[in-house]
Structures are given as structure tokens and as C-alpha cells.
Design a protein around this ligand. Structure first.
Ligand code: BTN
Length: 328
């Protein structure tokens, strides 16, 4: 049931929607809904946090620039040309701890392959290696998909690369900029991380039971107080391209690309995906240091193996295949 605050915010939004050409004064809003000016300002902050773009100008008032895009099942499926991803259940949550955790729970309750969990905001967004993925409302796309692939546990890194490719291609589809894939899970534009993915596998005996693959794409700048160190480099799509990006369009592009690669892997194996990932990466041939659980591994990247591992050769000619790690 909607709270009293939600009800007032809904009405404020309706009022602002009635006239998007002119400013509606804080005084008018406060009179209309019998609330104080301070309460008006608080409600407007909450609406902004939900992704609505509202301009505030001193002595003029408020103006609605853009309504938040809805990511409900109906909105996501409208015009979506996939057959599996996004067509077998879309769970939309305005706010959630982590979409990966929600998706895991659904997968344990037998949710089918292709089902998704999407959120406007994650309060406990998770990155690789126990890191936090900052996920405030209105700043990004946060989505997890459920997979039931017929692969061996040691082939799981391929899912990370697939998610990487789908995210990079989706960014290209909506912005015209083709990002670079950085092993294992980053998507970069001009050296700046705009997306990452967290793939979690669940074993059933010796084989893969289900996989949850979650992607986070930074679309708008994070509020300064969250991660001040990130604010020096533009790390969101809208900062980089200098114009608005539709979250719904980005999601649909991502699902379309995901499905293309996933079904192709099922039919033809890993080779076509791997060669696409190699086209999108710049690591092959580079001399690098990779941190693997505290150990520093140095060498030249000579390949990415058929199951998604990074193959390094050190100065002594010895080869190491890395399942996971952080390129420094
Ligand atoms: C990383 O780069 O370390 C991985 C980031 C993955 C973030 C996404 S956002 C959707 C999904 N839910 C999570 O809690 N994490 C992933």
C-alpha cells in the first residue's frame, strides 16, 4: 500500500506534469497540498532519487524535465524482440539489496532460464571480490539474469565474457561508442569503467545447476558524497556522450545482445563468442600484472583460452592460465 508520502509525491508529480513549460512555485505546491515549503523540498528530493528529473530555480520554483522510465515487465516487454531473455518473467523492484541475490532466490524456486530481476536502486549492490557496487536510484542499469547452461563448472568464465560482450555491444547500440572489454568483467570507454558484471554459479553435484549473471552500467554520475574519488574522471555514459541515454532502450539492447550470444554459444560452442570478445579487448599482446588472490602474476597475455581463461607467458617462457583476477 502506498504511504502518505508516496501519495503526496504522486500528486506533486501530476501537478508538475500538467505544466512542463513553466515553473510551479514551491508556495503553490505547499498551498495545494497543505504542506510546508520544507516538506515540498524534501518530497522533490525523494522524487529525484527515484529518477525523476526536476529542475529547481530560486524565486521561480520547480519544473519537471523528465519522468523516470519505468522498468516494469510490461514496459520491458513492449517492443522487445527476444524469445527467452525478458520473456520468461521480469521482476522489477524499485529498491532491493542486490538483484543477484533476488535472482538467486528465484532460481532456487525454479524460475526459468531468461527470467530477470531489475531494480532502480540497490542498497547492497555487490561487485567482484567482495567489493561494493554503488547503485543509487536514477544512476544506472542494475539487472540480473538467470541461466541454466549446459556447461562444466570450469567453463563458467565464458559467461562472464558473454555478459561483457553483451554489455559492450548494447552500449554501442544506444550511444554509437564501442567500448573496450577488459578481462575478466569490465567494460571501459577511454580507460574509464562504465560497466561491470558479477557472475555467480551454483553447482548441483559436479555440474552447473544455475548461474546468475548481474550487470551494472553507470549511466549518470554518482552523487559526489558516495564516491568522491570517482568524480574526477567521467565514468558514466551520459557524462561521456554528453546527452541523455534511455535506460529502457539500453536494457532492451542488452537483452537482445545477450540472447544472440547465448543462443549462438548453445548452437556453435564458445568459439564465435571468444573471437568477438577478442575483437573488443585490447589485452592480448600486452605485458601485464594480474593480482590473483594476493599473488602478483606478471607476463604477456598470449591468449584467452577456449573456456575464458587469461593465458600469460612470463619472461622464462612459462605459461599460466588464470581463471579470475584483477589486471593492475
Ligand atoms: C564488478 O565490476 O565488480 C561487478 C559489478 C556488478 C554489479 C551488478 S549490478 C546488478 C547485479 N547485482 C549486484 O549486486 N551486482 C551486480
Amino acid at each position: 500500500m502506498a504511504s502518505k508520502g508516496d501519495a503526496i509525491r504522486g500528486k506533486i508529480l501530476e501537478l508538475l506534469q500538467e505544466n512542463t513549460e513553466e515553473y510551479t512555485s514551491g508556495e503553490d505546491i505547499s498551498r495545494n497540498f497543505a504542506i510546508s515549503r520544507a516538506a515540498v523540498s524534501k518530497h522533490v528530493s525523494v522524487l529525484r532519487g527515484q529518477g525523476h528529473e526536476i529542475e529547481a530555480v530560486t524565486r521561480k520554483g520547480y519544473r519537471l524535465l523528465r519522468m523516470a522510465e519505468q522498468l516494469t515487465e510490461q514496459c520491458v516487454q513492449q517492443g522487445l524482440k527476444t524469445t527467452v531473455f525478458g520473456k520468461r518473467g521480469v521482476t522489477y523492484m524499485p529498491s532491493v539489496g542486490s538483484t543477484n541475490i533476488e535472482a538467486m532466490q528465484l532460481a532456487f524456486m525454479d524460475a526459468p532460464e531468461g527470467a530477470l530481476v531489475i531494480a532502480d536502486e540497490q542498497t547492497g549492490g555487490r561487485g567482484r571480490q567482495g567489493r561494493t557496487w554503488h547503485s543509487p536510484a536514477g544512476c544506472g542499469l542494475y539487472v540480473s539474469v538467470i541461466l541454466r547452461p549446459d556447461i562444466a563448472p570450469n567453463e563458467a568464465p565464458i559467461i562472464t565474457l558473454l555478459t561483457n560482450v553483451a554489455a559492450a555491444e548494447a552500449v554501442h547500440d544506444v550511444t554509437g561508442i564501442l567500448p573496450v572489454c577488459k578481462w575478466p568483467n569490465d567494460v571501459l570507454i577511454d580507460g574509464c569503467k562504465i560497466a561491470g558484471n558479477l557472475t555467480e554459479i551454483f553447482l548441483s553435484g559436479d555440474s552447473v545447476g544455475h548461474v546468475v549473471s548481474g550487470v551494472g552500467i553507470n549511466m549518470r554520475p554518482l552523487p559526489k558524497q558516495i564516491v568522491p574519488e570517482l568524480r574526477t574522471t567521467p565514468c558514466s555514459l551520459e557524462e561521456i556522450i554528453g546527452k541523455k541515454v534511455s535506460r529502457l532502450q539500453l536494457l532492451q539492447a542488452y537483452l537482445t545482445r545477450y540472447e544472440h550470444w547465448y543462443l549462438l554459444v548453445k548452437k556453435q560452442g564458445f568459439a564465435p563468442l571468444l573471437s568477438r570478445w577478442k575483437e573488443l579487448t585490447d589485452v592480448v599482446g600486452k605485458e601485464l600484472t594480474v593480482q590473483v588472490r594476493g599473488e602478483m602474476v606478471q607476463g604477456t597475455v598470449i591468449d584467452v583460452s577456449t573456456d575464458g581463461m587469461l593465458v600469460l607467458r612470463n619472461a622464462n617462457g612459462e605459461e599460466r592460465r588464470l581463471f579470475s583476477g584483477d589486471i593492475l
